[in-house]
Design a protein around this ligand. Structure first.
Ligand code: C2O
Ligand code: CU
Length: 507
């Protein structure tokens, strides 16, 4: 087994500068205009009535592969992938249309596929033991559903997740709206973080205690679309849509686009009611699992290359990718682009509006980490460490939700709450730990309502939301999708270390 050269890491240390960056990005610099924006409003029950019969079946094979992640002389890197590439096979479907995926598992380990952010029937959610049995090596499973919401989504395994995602298993699922925005091109960046050794091989120290109990598996190599130092060819005068997905196990990114006019159009697939201008002193912040759709005007000069920086830690900013302006003349004069101004909002998805007055109220207290984790005797930890060295892949309990570290899921595991179908659920996430946590809800999208009691600008829809240390975040959603669902931290090592629970929506 390889051991990481810790000196080569870019370890993340919380700093005042970082907190500020996150606050600014989280607040989006928007002032709240009056009441909640209403979109949809009718309970469309998109999951129940949708027929998936007749969809063309796509085969998706998960298997070991070898890919080039770094542009230098190291590598290639042995990975696990969907379809032989990293990112895995890109899936595209029209909003409301059926998609059927014949999943074949050719990994040495059992696996499943979870369709992150998609509101789909419970049996298609890909959570082992809770919604389906694991798909054993050599086995297959047919996933079929009709995504009710347009937007940028992704898929990944939900079994042995820290390792399987850490080895490269993920792909994009793009759900196309009937009325796409007026842009010249539609681009997709899947941002990932890898822990590679001197030969560009993956360091196989999954589930180690310091990752589980601190910041998760932060790596040393950031890729966009499976390549470090990704170069994106662009042309002066273009207006592009850029879909961003953070597929990293644990790394948060805070992307800066310099003087380019940038608008935030959608978060986690769901359009903002008004495009949000991201100014040059602001960043686009993405925690693990989160997505953002941007519209960017390419206003740089021909022949220039421009670095898109991750400046989560301002004193440790590094380029995530470069925009490479070709030598070609401008597609149109940038004055014409500037005169267009802000793009029109994307067409909203039809989501049921929470009825807060008679909501079921749930409090989820998040705690743990190295300093405050549930007490585990050192003998137990030593024994686990030995078993891990012997090949067992399981994390120690380090994190808790409402006082319980959840090391597994299943119908026999206690449910955090049971909601009636159609009931509004109001959740207060209370983060008593010293770390940020991207909290993810399966099967539904929720509105962000308040942070520490202050209304969140535009109250955006999310399926994954960052909760800051010490923060209380209130969200609400209509529990309209019957079945058993997870709520968990999307820092995959935190989830493995206990930070995930389940709830039931009664049929
Ligand atoms: Cu993207 Cu439960 O996960
Ligand atoms: Cu977490």
């Amino acid at each position: 087994m390889n051991h990481p050269d810790t000196a080569s890491y870019a370890p993340h240390r919380p700093s005042a500068g970082r907190r500020n960056a996150l606050k600014m990005a989280g607040g989006l610099g928007v002032t709240l205009a009056g009441g909640a924006c209403s979109v949809g409003g009718t309970l469309s029950a998109p999951m129940a009535g949708s027929s998936t019969a007749g969809a063309a079946v796509q085969t998706l094979v998960s298997a070991p592969a070898s890919v080039r992640l770094v542009p230098d002389s190291r590598g290639p890197t042995p990975v696990w992938s969907y379809g032989g590439t990293v990112p895995g096979t890109r899936l595209d479907v029209r909003q409301g249309a059926a998609i059927a995926i014949d999943f074949r598992n050719e990994l040495p380990d059992p696996s499943t596929i979870h369709w992150h952010g998609i509101r789909l029937p419970n049996a298609m959610d890909g959570v082992p033991y809770l919604t389906q049995p694991p798909v054993d090596p050599g086995g297959r499973f047919r996933y079929a559903f009709a995504p009710p919401d347009a937007g940028t989504y992704w898929y990944h395994p939900h079994l042995g997740t820290p390792e399987q995602v850490g080895r490269g298993l993920y792909g994009a699922l793009i759900v196309h709206e009937a009325d796409p925005p007026a842009v010249d091109r539609d681009l997709l960046w899947l941002i990932d973080d890898w822990r590679l050794d001197g030969n560009a091989a993956i360091v196989e120290d999954f589930y180690n205690w310091s990752d589980v109990a601190f910041d998760g598996r932060i790596g040393n190599t950031v890729t966009v679309n499976g390549m470090e130092h990704h170069a994106e060819p662009v042309r002066r005068g273009e207006r592009i849509r850029l879909r961003l997905v953070n597929t990293a196990n644990a790394r948060m990114v805070s992307l800066a686009f310099g003087e380019h006019p940038v608008w935030l159009m959608a978060l986690d697939g769901h359009p903002l009611p008004r495009p949000q201008r991201v100014t040059s002193d602001q960043d686009v912040f993405l925690g693990p699992g989160q997505r953002a759709d941007l519209i960017i005007d390419m206003t740089g000069p021909a022949g220039e290359s421009f670095a898109v920086m991750d400046r989560l830690y301002r004193h440790r900013a590094y380029p995530v990718a470069t925009l490479e302006y070709g030598q070609a003349g401008a597609l149109r004069p940038t004055t014409v682009l500037a005169a267009r101004g802000a793009p029109a909002p994307l067409v909203p998805n039809e989501l049921p509006e929470p009825a807060l007055a008679d909501a079921r109220r749930v409090r989820i207290v998040m705690d743990g980490g190295m300093m405050r984790g549930p007490h585990v005797p050192w003998t137990t930890r030593a024994a686990r460490r030995l078993r891990r060295l012997a090949g067992e892949r399981i994390a120690d309990p380090a994190w808790s939700l409402n006082g319980r570290a959840h090391l597994g899921h299943g119908p026999d595991h206690p449910f955090e709450f049971v909601a009636d179908q159609g009931e509004t659920v109001h959740i207060a996430f209370e983060n008593r730990s010293t770390k940020w946590h991207p909290m993810h809800l399966h099967g539904h999208a929720f509105r962000e309502l308040t942070r520490n009691g202050r209304p969140v600008p535009m109250q955006p829809w999310h399926d994954t939301t960052m909760v800051a240390p010490g923060e209380t975040l209130e969200v609400a959603f209509v529990a309209d999708n019957p079945g058993d669902w997870l709520i968990h931290c999307h820092i995959l090592e935190h989830h493995a270390g206990g930070m995930g629970t389940q709830f039931r929506v009664a049929a």
